[in-house]
Write a protein of this length. Sequence first.
Lengths: 619, 231
Amino acid sequence: MNRLQSTSDFQTWQAAMAASWDETRPCLRVCDGTGCRALGSQKVLENLRAELARTNQDTPIEVVGTGCPGFCECGPLVTVYPQRISYQKVKPEDVSAIVQKTLIGGEVIQELLYTDPQTGKHIHLEPELPFYQKQKRFVLDFNGRIDPTRIEDYVALGGYTSLVKALTKLTPEQVVAEVKTSGLRGRGGAGFQAGVKWELCRKNVQKTGIGYIICNADEGDPGAFMDRSVVEGNPHLLLEGMIIGAYAIGIEQGFVYIRAEYPLAVENLRIAIRQAEEAGLLGTNILGSGFDFNLGIRLGAGAFVCGEETALMASIEGRIGEPRPRPPYPAESGLWGKPTNINNVETWANVPMIIAMSGLEYAKIGTEKSKGTKIFSVVGKINNTGLVEVPMGITLREIIYDIGGGIPNGKSFKAAQLGGPSGGCVPAEHLDVPIDYESLNALGAIMGSGGMVVTDEDTCMVDFARYFMTFIQEESCGKCVPCRVGTKAMVATLERICAGEGLPGDVDYLLEMGEHVRNNSLCGLGQTAPNSVLSSIRYFRSEYDAHIFDKTCPAKVCKGLISYSIDPEICNGCMVCLRNCTSNAISGARREVHTINPRLCTRCGVCMNVCKFDAVVVA
Amino acid sequence: MIHLMIDDKPIEITEGRSLLEACRENGIDIPTLCYHPALEPYGGCRLCMVELFQPPRKSRLVAACVYPCEEGLVVKTHSEMVLQSRRLTVELLLASAYNSPDIIALADQVGVGEVRFKLPEENNCILCGLCVRACKEITNISAISVIQRGMAKKVSTPFQVASSRCISCGTCVLICPTGAFKLSDVIGVRSDVPGEPPYLRRYYRVGSEIDLRPNFVQDVALLLGRKRDTE
């Protein structure tokens, strides 16, 4: 396309794009995010295109691969427009039925619809799915609707109008003021006021004349994929936010630091940057305004600590990804010693909306101190695994039961780990806590970047804390002593407790060392490292005591504290467990009661899973 | 001039100095391991933690070597919080450097009782980074660096191969606070490969791991020759 020379050029282009956008036309939108791809969405897309080419319709039916709409549990997702019939768990072989029955015959395929687990009713249309009912989708609005590799789709739905508004109607100071008024807080974890940070950086940039902005897309918490889905599904939203930010702060060069383990996100981001440059929305003299801004991509090489802002900057500079002490803060001296403003993907992605609706309007969403919406990736022991965007102030119960569909197999909820390994767990008694920065902090958890790992009664909280602590310990950069050795000491203690060798005093040691690591570590990684252990001790101390004093694991998880046996009353000698045992620990003959040799048993639990008669018991 | 209060004592200092410098210039003793006045501060050993009071915020620990003096700061260097922090940090250092006389002396000084956690492998290198910074900032050579992360972190040469950058100046050995860097002067050692001509070499080691040989070219030639022979 031709480079747009002015904002009126843009408006003409946008009007044309908007006119050609028609969601009442028949169209098949298939989620082509990483989650659905893993479940085979690309084959579905391929088959759909082939099937449509074969049937040779009079009116061509479009097939669009979109970004992740969030309902990952039921992927691959196919939505039939214009009705918005939502098909889920679509297999490549279902494709011809979709084309023949639904597109040609106008009939809804019942088997592919979502079934409400409570009522047992089929739900036909996407907007009626309970998963979407309580969500407030701002950042994720276009995910699932547009093709992320087409700038035209984004523009047709009103994309880049906030940028035009900022460039034509607002001064940089006014943009900063709008963001300040909106009360937007950093979505990466700490929750610092974005507008305040921008203002500070702007002041320093005016002194030095040069500065940088960075998007932190080095999302690394286990079970978190908010940023990935935004970059994959709607990269132009991030670009627009960053361009507006650069204009407000007075920056000419920005970077997106994104982990190399997100190949699709990197690919879509590259395409988006190229398209924006070609359209004149990035580069020199953006839309004829005289404002220049260039954006580069820097790939992270797999170090969790590089999500910490000072380590991230060191990594961009080509140095070892180690944090450095603050002050000076990046707003004062950041990348190459220049004032730098770092925000997370979701923070930048909120900016276009703030400019579009005004800071005051934005501030009406959410709670007194936490404004706007927040995306959570809800994973673990939950029915509807996926990505949800909710207004701040919603309760944890609503997310887990109304949106998430509750806990599978009728089990009971135990706790939710919020904020990944740096966060803490929120137990059942606090399910009605409103989701905002302060309330979560008060409970010993954090908002973090939005990872939410749900556990049920079958999860051992000691083992759970051990998992997160091990993760953090392996990701510690090793620069400072408390984080390098202290986390190792904590992991060793937890491993001992899980192995049944816990000693009285171990919990006190964990508390003492946890406190030490938190207070003495150099960077945010170390300062939050013990959170998962400290919060699980706070709410589930009885489980620790059971491991240490009674030598039992209440959830029957820790291998050193459990044993499997076969109930002779129930066992009918079918030999299934015997054949499946990986360590030949089960003996017996057909129609004879089997027995497990505890010395050979590795407590893998396979026998229990394969037994059709529930004869295997764990104690 | 900047005015601050350290251990209830008013102190004046020029701008741009660290809390540690302010303390040392005023006769307040703070233990350090990774600090050296000739080098950029690092903030890694966390021994110089002091308690900083900034009401209404809760008081917190900051590393004195990297925290800049600011007007009106109130700092305590020997509060219970600080002493506890030092004891635990030295206890953690003893987890691997349990036979280092320097660390043991430090443990006595700060009052470490029992060492509750020990690593299976002894290692006197506490990753204070002094050798690496000295090699870079004093000699301007940068033959060594820290590599890997976390518990696997260690001082080594790029790609862990013999470095031709090392000039055998020995600064790293002199600056090492725990004696982990040993000058193994092995002039006269013969090549361990039978039948090959003996050649002279000197090298420095961390523990027994790396080998910074200055005669890199000669080594490569030898290696290549050896490979050809075995083929």
